[in-house]
Design a protein around this ligand. Structure first.
Ligand SMILES: NC(=O)c1ccc[n+]([C@@H]2O[C@H](COP(=O)([O-])OP(=O)(O)OC[C@H]3O[C@@H](n4cnc5c(N)ncnc54)[C@H](O)[C@@H]3O)[C@@H](O)[C@H]2O)c1
Length: 341
């Protein structure tokens, strides 16, 4: 069975997912149609990939019996509605992170998905990145002993457009949420408390959305471990993702700044090219997460990152935002949720 997909939202990341599907990078899946309400956008992408169909209306996608699965890559504020409509129409769902922006909507999503018996995978793609996957294996094998400290750095080369920031749910929900997810995964423990600080350093327009372009979260885990997570939109040198897990017997570093495995030496000195953007850094991960999604649909297996992870990560991000707003430590009430290795 080939999974027949539609991509909803054709912006910075939706275009990338559509291209992976259209160019047969996702085994077992094919792109049937694309959807974006912005005038001309869906038609432009459909023409580029030689698709006979495109639409500006998500409703048309949900009503199309030719479509098995939807890949939702729209502004975060639209996720909840689109997921619920897709589930009611019986479509399998891949949705970009974050699942949505508040816990009431997250619970409604969980209920609707269960009621209509469809599958939902959330786009926490780091779990599919080969370096993170290898690190997870090494940690599980005991190569660094017991993980006791998580350190995450996520720096974007610059700010996304103001229109994106407006709908993004603020820094902890939009950016740090990737680190909260991968921290839970690598440390094999739930986050039980968070405190947070942040500031606008370069992008003054963010103040009107109560957002920041530089932030730090301090987290503690149920296991007794701790960690810190930096998030930044101020990295003019490139897209800088670094993670370290420190254990009782050693430490593991994940990620590299190098775009190519070369160093240039000349009369000016030495230098290497830095990864420019998230599409480049996580190219493999974006491909592999959709391969796994299609595979889960074909086999009936459960996705590795579900709506339940989406809700837990959302709880942490909301707690971090509250901690930042109030200047206090916020404690999470999720101790009963088992972390899956
Ligand atoms: N996993 C990651 O690393 C990662 C990276 C970037 C963005 N994202 C997530 O992906 C989502 C989209 O982000 P982006 O940067 O691509 O946004 P974007 O603003 O570049 O693009 C969004 C697109 O969705 C379209 N759109 C708006 N409402 C729609 C609707 N109801 N139906 C269909 N299309 C609609 C817009 O016209 C636009 O073309 C966000 O939730 C974001 O958090 C994830």
């Amino acid at each position: 069975m080939t999974v027949r997909c539609a991509v909803l939202g054709l912006g910075r990341l939706g275009y990338h997912h559509a291209k992976n599907l259209a160019t047969h990078q996702i085994s077992g899946a094919e792109l049937i149609t694309v959807c974006d309400p912005m005038k001309g956008r869906a038609a432009e992408v459909a023409q580029e990939f030689g698709l006979p169909n495109c639409t500006r209306s998500p409703q048309e996608v949900f009503e199309d019996s030719e479509i098995d699965a939807v890949v939702i890559v729209t502004p975060t504020s639209t996720h909840a509605n689109l997921i619920k409509q897709a589930a009611k129409a019986g479509k399998q769902i891949f949705v970009e992170k974050p699942l949505t922006q508040n816990l009431t909507e997250a619970q409604e999503i969980i209920n609707t998905i269960s009621e209509h018996n469809v599958m939902c995978q959330v786009g926490f793609m780091r779990r599919f990145d080969p370096a993170y996957a290898e690190a997870k294996k090494r940690i599980v094998a005991g190569d660094i002993g017991e993980p006791i400290y998580f350190k995450g750095i996520t720096r974007d080369a610059g700010s996304p457009p103001e229109e994106f920031i407006k709908h993004s749910g603020r820094m902890f929900l939009d950016v740090s949420i990737h680190d909260y997810d991968i921290a839970r995964y690598l440390m094999n423990s739930e986050i039980i408390s968070v405190s947070a600080q942040g500031k606008v350093l370069r992008n003054g327009f963010m103040e009107k959305y109560n957002d920041v372009d530089q932030a730090i979260s301090y987290i503690e885990f149920e296991s007794g471990a701790a960690g810190d997570i930096e998030a930044s939109r101020n990295s003019p040198y490139g897209h800088d993702i670094r993670t370290e897990v420190i254990g009782t017997e050693g430490s593991i570093f994940i990620g590299t700044l190098r775009n190519q495995n070369i160093t240039l030496l000349n009369s000016k000195g030495s230098n290497y090219e830095i990864i420019p953007d998230f599409q480049t850094r996580f190219h493999d991960a974006y491909r592999l997460e959709l391969v796994d999604f299609a595979d889960c649909i074909r086999t009936g297996n459960r996705p590795k990152v579900t709506e339940f992870d989406g809700k837990i990560n959302l709880e942490i991000a909301i707690a971090a935002t509250e901690a930042f707003d109030s200047g206090t430590t916020v404690y999470l009430n999720n101790q009963n949720i088992a972390v899956k290795s």
